[in-house]
Unconditional design. Sequence first.
Length: 308
Amino acid sequence: MFELDQYLQDLKSEKIKLAVGVQAKIIQAARDFLTKEGFTEILPVIISPITDPLADYRVRGEVECYGFKYQITKSMIFHKQIALHTFPKIFCLSPNVRIEPAERKNSGRHLIEFVQLDLEVREASREEIIGLGERLFSYLIARVKDTCQEELKFFGRQLPDFIPPFPRLSYQEAITSYGENFELALSRDVSQPVWLVDFPLEVREFYDREDAGRPGVLVDMDLIYPEGFGEALSGGEREYQYERIKERIQKKGISLEAYDLYLKFAARGLYPSAGFGFGIERLTRFVCGLSDIAETRLFAKKPGVYSL
Ligand code: ASN
């Protein structure tokens, strides 16, 4: 069922108007910051024969074009790596579709169509990308505080200054302190953003690089918001050597054919790189202090809900 009256009422609400206005300023600020840092913005890929496996999402978004199978982008991870042939630092406002389980409808954090600010840097280390993420985040918050005073007042939101470096916790430490579902428990427990680092190989996709000195541990990270807002961004260093990538795909039980085209590029050589993806709607939700992520964009699609 599509509730047209409710939908129109939401579209005309002051809350959505102001949240989307803040979001537009965040995007402008991110573009300014990254351009100054030497990044080139590339246009998003919507369909491709390859996309992020993200096996959790049971439904694969597939489109047939001219008898070939394309998938709807779940993330541009592989395109980011390949795009580094053209530019050393790239970013993209990338729309992603992930068919989340319908039970996540009221999580407040999930939409099945969202946009991530996805970036990748040639020959960068995790350390450098963590530094970049901290500077970007602090800059965005400072810009919002400076340019969105009316909006923040409307939302009753008081944002502190977030001063890097942010604390870090390993995946193992997080489990020990907060249990299996640590993300939200950790997020509720902290008053500044926290880096979660060193995820084990089993819980991530095949493209995050395994630490040569610590088998089974990945050189990757998530940034967790304070105040219970959950994950802000996710990224890491990447596997870039053909043999390593092949091994990692096979370890996941994925067929090599499914990634044939990616492997062909890898065989010809990929740059070592690192990067991350920063969810735009979640960032807007955090900045405005909203409980429901559907209030951060027009045409929001909650899991399990038929929507425009
Ligand atoms: N964008 C993420 C990254 O750069 C990947 C993802 O969204 N799954 O690691």
